[in-house]
Each structure stands twice: as structure tokens, then as C-alpha cells.
Write a protein that binds this ligand. Sequence first.
Ligand code: AHG
Ligand code: MN
Ligand code: MN
Length: 323
Amino acid sequence: MKRLDQVLAADGVNAELELVIKDVMVACKDIAYKLGQGELAGILGATEDENVQGETQKMLDVISNDLLKDILVANPYVRGVGSEEEDYTIAGNADGKYLVTFDPLDGSSNIDVNLSVGTIFSVLEAQDNKSGDNQEVFLQNGRKQVAAGYVLYGPSSLLVMTTGNGVNLFTLDTNIGEFVLTKEALQIPEETAEFAINMSNQRFWEPEMKQYIDDCLLGEEGPLGKRYNMRWVASMVAEVHRILIRGGIFMYPYDNRDPSKAGKLRLMYEGNPMSMIVEQAGGASSTGRMDIMDVAPQGIHDRVPVVLGSKNEVAKVVAYHTK
Ligand code: AHG
Ligand code: MN
Ligand code: MN
């Protein structure tokens, strides 16, 4: 059995980046433990606060955020962090080389019903001398990521990550408290007949997305010529994980519920890291009109329409948007 640190070293990951990833995992192991305690630890339910996006914070959103933030800003190699649950980016060590953005708890509407949630992280290199509390230092496109991953807290806790050299899957061995390699070089099947989208937003979508889903629903008789199945976990980490294992397409497209928002998901700690993982596993990732990792961020909490998963199916959705 290979441990995470052994795999990273074998992949040629430098010691500084390895220590950053290791600290992310120290926090994630703690999050996994706390999620496992649930009601016993009295940490389910909501707080009275809202985050900068106007979402009510769950107690575990705040706890997970604090665990990640505290360990990372104390890491000598981290210049700064950006989080879904923090209005502004936070400075770490001024000499640190790396920037970490994260969604501390993704799918947090699932917490109180004991369903799958996850943590998503992305690592960039600081390109200039700016401090980590200046969000400008973070505003690089997704192609610049040097590492990306997620931890899925499910029946077992899993880490899926890439440093640009394919995607590996690790399982948390709670006996030794380490993530150990359980699958190497994950590849997403190119073809799929399974889509994931929140259908209740249909009336707010653009006509192109409506048309694609209408055609999926027509099955064998429709222009797409196959019978589709549908899944929706309401946790992007769980959806992406399912897609990595058995193929599929996940969409949270642009909708006009709030014209000031380009979609629900956030570019820098949801869209980009998931896109890097999906592309590294042979899948594709698009806004519908361009690759997500080519989108230039204007702010740490920018939103982006997301279409990702099996390559050939993503290409079909892009064709609907660009024809
Ligand atoms: P978060 O819990 O970090 O705010 O993210 C939830 C996201 C994503 O994980 C999921 O795919 C989507 O929101 C679910 O949205 P709906 O509740 O609109 O279905
Ligand atoms: Mn999320
Ligand atoms: Mn979240």
C-alpha cells in the first residue's frame, strides 16, 4: 500500500507543495472525524450567519473552514487562502509560494440528512510579491493550478487528486490515519447516457440547455438516439466522483434567477479544481461556450456555468451552445 506522501514524492512533487497538500489533509481528516460524530458532537444544524454569497452557514461549514484556514495560514509555504466561507482572501506567510482556495464543505445542504458532502481544494503559485490578503494575487485562470483535489466524506472517506500527472484515488485508512492509494490513473469513460442537473431550474435556463435536456428526455426516439438516466445528489463532489468512476455529465448551467450571477458554482474553488481533475482523467469541462479553465477570474467568488464529465457528451452540450 502506498501512502499519499509516497505517491506525491514519486510524482516529483516538491517538498513545499507536498507539505501544503499534507496540511489540507490534516484538516480533512479532522473534518471526516467530526462528520462521523454528527449529532453526538452537537455540530449539526445552521448558524445565524450568512456567508458573502448570502447563503446561511451550517455549523459544519464554519468548523471545516476554520480547520482549513488555521492550518494553512500557519504553513510557511502558503502565501494566502481564499474560501467560500470568507469574504476576503487571507494572508499567510509573505514569503510563501502557494495560494490555496477551498470549498470547505461542498453539498452542505446534505449535512443534516446524513448524506455525502466533500471538501474541494485548488493550489496556485503566487506570481508576484503581493500579499495573500490581496485577492489580485489569486486571479489566475484554472490552467495555472499546480494541484487540485477533493475529499468525499461518504461510507468511506476518499481523496481524489491531481498534480497535473493524472488522477489518483486514495482511501482514508482510519486505522493508521493516512490516505492510501487505492486506484491509479482514473479515466472517465468517454461515452455516457447519464446526466445530472437540477431540473427544477429548467424555466430559468438558456434555450440551448433546455433543448439539450428536452432531447435527452426523448430517449432513443430523439436526436441524441439513446435512453438517458438521471441522478442528482446536490453535492458536486459526490456527482464528480460518480462521473469519475462510471462516466456521466454534470451540469449547473447559467440561469436567469439572478442575472448578476453567471451560475451557482464558484470558479476558483469549485469549477477550476473539478475541471482540472476531470480533464486530467480524460474528461472535458466547459461553461457551454468555453473551457472553464480558460475563464479569467475577476474576483475570488466569481461564479461560472459548469458542464463537465464524459468527453463526448460534454462536446454535444457545447455543440448545442455554439451551433
Ligand atoms: P455548497 O454546499 O458548497 O454551497 O455547494 C453546493 C453546490 C453543489 O455542491 C451542488 O451541486 C449544488 O450546489 C446543489 O445546488 P441545488 O441545491 O440548487 O440543487
Ligand atoms: Mn460547493
Ligand atoms: Mn461549501
